[in-house]
Write a protein that binds this ligand. Sequence first.
Ligand SMILES: NC(=O)c1ccc[n+]([C@@H]2O[C@H](COP(=O)([O-])OP(=O)(O)OC[C@H]3O[C@@H](n4cnc5c(N)ncnc54)[C@H](O)[C@@H]3O)[C@@H](O)[C@H]2O)c1
Ligand SMILES: [Zn+2]
Ligand SMILES: [Zn+2]
Length: 405
Amino acid sequence: MKAVVYKGKNSVAVEEVPDPRIEAPSDAIVRITTAAICGSDLHMYEDRSSAQPGTVFGHENMGIVEEVGPDVRGVKKGDRVVLPFNVACGFCFNCSRGFTNACLTANPEGTTAGYGYAGMGPYRGGQAEYLRAPFADFNCLKLPGREGDELEDDFVLLADIFPTAWHATEQAHVHEGDSVAVFGAGPVGLLSAYSSLLKGASEVYVVDRAPERLEKAKSIGATPVDFTNGDPVQQIRDLRKRNTRQMEALRPSEHKMSGVMCGIDAVGYQAHSEDNPDREDPMQTVRNLARIVNPTGHAGLIGVYFPKDPGGVDQSARKGYYEFPLGDFWDKGIGIEMGQAPVKQYNVFLRDMIIHGRAKPSFIISHRMPLSKAPDAYSHFVWRGVGQGKDFTKVVLKPSLDKAA
Ligand SMILES: NC(=O)c1ccc[n+]([C@@H]2O[C@H](COP(=O)([O-])OP(=O)(O)OC[C@H]3O[C@@H](n4cnc5c(N)ncnc54)[C@H](O)[C@@H]3O)[C@@H](O)[C@H]2O)c1
Ligand SMILES: [Zn+2]
Ligand SMILES: [Zn+2]
């Protein structure tokens, strides 16, 4: 079969690899109909992770069950399914408590497993024609409808970024009426803003510099903040101050709460410096959260920070050590949560919101491309919404488009 193979820094190729086969009785083989490229793939693509050449990428996968092992009961050949990016057994101490992001069974070398990802176990990715899905009964989320129908591009986002973004709003304790600042208007940031609004947040600010991405934030009813126009924290404070009703509702001493109650980092360790966007400043977003989140508020770090980064800005960053404004967080009593999303906690109810027309996350998708065009897609998407990738917000790959061509 054909698959997207990592060749080394800034290079992928679509190559012939062996077809996957049933290796354990609980496996299924899925014929991929759509696989998305994720901002997380870019960390590997840019050689900013421990990914080795030869890795087949792709952890946002959906398709049609082609074959099941003898122990699989809940899905059968022909079923349409989407797979959480976390590979999980369903029965270990962590899975049974809902923490499928920390499965103790699926990765012999660690406590987190996923498809086609550095350090996440021996599973090939699904930017390919076929995928082996382990523990298929537990991991396959069954979908209605037919391959390629009008919900295909909403459903594929259930593999990662819609549940991940929802999880970010849980990490940041977003509830009805809340004020929220999201840093990063990539797919995860945009869907974090969208999830906040679905939960009934009253104010949602989205910070980035990529014009088309900020435009998408505006299109869903969030307030875009362009950090190239000045300090985004001050911009958010000024926007809030300009809302006279908001200000009239405050008692004098309540002006101390001029920030937001919930802050989300949807950028991660490859954050650009606001002073010089050509440079990276891995703690840029975290420092902003320490400033903009009000006392007693919450911050969620859904953007990734790796323990090893071969391209880190200095010796400490290469080990995942950063200068962290602990005192500011502590002083304000801000709760902080972080880590990988347990997709399975959310994908069922988010699927049902899509089925019933309450959610349409596919507004973020900018490009639908044949699998064979993956190298092209990566080379543009890696610009993260500016320069040669200014209209690339989210790319989905479809093997069927190769056959149609
Ligand atoms: N925790 C999880 O389970 C999980 C799952 C999926 C993705 N992620 C991570 O979430 C992050 C975002 O993913 P994505 O797909 O949206 O990626 P992306 O790279 O497309 O988006 C990142 C965005 O951040 C913006 N940005 C850079 N510096 C900034 C700054 N200083 N202030 C504000 N915005 C800034 C960029 O312009 C870009 O639009 C990545 O680190 C990704 O690996 C985590
Ligand atoms: Zn992803
Ligand atoms: Zn498990």
